[in-house]
Design a protein around this ligand. Structure first.
Ligand code: COA
Length: 331
């Protein structure tokens, strides 16, 4: 096992107050039901941002909590890595808005786009920046306003997603300390991009009347195909992160998978030989918050005593791209 280079010094979350239950879809005229959504996904409700709540504002809330718990003030941040599939605008990044609002005057700031796997990608990038000696302290945020990009007329996608942000402060490990990131694994396969994507609204197919009419700037997904790949790749990701840390499922105190679907979570846990009592699940309350889902779950798990000093956690994620990845962290 490698000596940890970086450890989690503090965590936080920014969650909109507005709750949307499965029953609320009836008011939108969608042909769906609470029973269908719960049975297929495990989702009971999700949080939806108001017009005033942005990807950045949720990130600010999460970041301030993480910095307070880490005892780190804005001037000590060397880098802000913000993973998002829902930037507040396309240029410049949402990370620079976060940098400005925090007053992180010494920090580099950039967005990272790897969909639901983005926060694990971001943690790995930040760890590498610490290892290279460029930085000492990073803020790694996953923040998503999925309600702004889903098609509220498409029952096969809009019931799945929710809004929120999670953040951690990542600091250089003290020499001799054994807490921190023990392993990481990242993969992608862009040949499968069209199984989960927003076909229009970027530089290749800019916004137009046709895009609006065809609703092609919203998320499109081949649910059944995505499901199969998610189970396969999250399972592979768990194996690789465990191998990297020279651990097995039995050594894991808590498994925090990306919260997309209860059935995917169960299949992943079974493959990793981690019993469901050791799996942290909140997909029932938040739905799929994309790259915010793992840092939100970590913050809650700490608050609820499921993660304590010394806890070994296995994290794994899968998302559009496809991208997938995993990480073992000792807290
Ligand atoms: N309410 C009621 N019926 C719905 C529905 C909804 N919200 N959404 C889809 N349906 C219908 C379909 O139209 C289909 O009807 P048909 O058989 O008449 O065509 C039927 O339910 C079954 O659809 P199917 O896609 O086969 O269901 P499923 O068991 O695969 O469940 C998902 C659908 C989306 C829940 C599931 O495929 C899934 O979770 N996929 C992964 C999604 C995901 O996690 N994406 C993010 C990855 S990061």
């Amino acid at each position: 096992m490698k000596r940890p280079i970086a450890y989690v010094a503090g965590t936080g979350r920014g969650i909109p107050a507005k709750v949307m239950t499965n029953h609320d879809f009836a008011a939108l005229g969608l042909e769906t039901s609470h029973e269908w959504i719960v049975e297929r996904t495990g989702i009971v409700e999700r949080r939806i941002a108001t017009a005033d709540e942005t990807t950045c504002s949720m990130a600010v809330t999460a970041a301030r909590q993480a910095m307070a718990k880490a005892g780190v003030h804005a001037g000590e941040l060397d880098a802000i890595v913000l993973s998002t599939a829902t930037p507040d605008r396309l240029l410049p990044s949402t990370a620079v808005d976060l940098q400005a609002q925090l007053g992180a005057t010494r920090a580099a700031a950039f967005d990272l786009s790897a969909a639901c796997t983005g926060w694990i990608y971001g943690m790995t990038v930040a760890e590498g920046m610490i290892q290279s000696g460029v930085i000492e302290t990073a803020l790694v945020v996953g923040a998503e306003k999925m309600s702004a990009i889903v098609d509220w007329k498409d029952r096969s996608t809009c019931v799945l997603f929710g809004d929120g942000a999670g953040a951690v402060v990542l600091k250089r490990s003290q020499s001799g300390a054994n807490k921190g990131i023990l392993s990481a694994f990242l993969r992608s396969d862009g040949k499968l991009a069209e199984l989960l994507w927003r076909p229009a609204g970027g530089a290749a197919v800019p916004f137009s009347e046709t895009v609006l009419e065809e609703r092609s700037s919203y998320v499109k997904m081949a649910g059944r195909e995505v499901f199969k790949h998610a189970v396969r790749q999250m399972s592979e990701a768990c194996d690789r992160a465990l191998d990297g840390a020279k651990l097995t499922g039995k050594d894991i105190d808590v498994l925090i998978p990306h919260q997309a679907n209860h059935r995917i979570i169960e299949a992943t846990a079974k493959h990793a030989s981690v019993p469901m009592e050791k799996v942290y699940v909140n997909v029932d309350r938040y739905g799929n918050t994309s790259s915010a889902s793992i840092p939100i779950a970590i913050d809650e798990a700490i608050e609820r005593g499921r993660i304590k000093p010394g806890t070994t956690a296995l994290l794994c994620a899968f998302g559009a791209g496809f991208t997938w990845g995993s990480m073992v962290i000792r807290f």
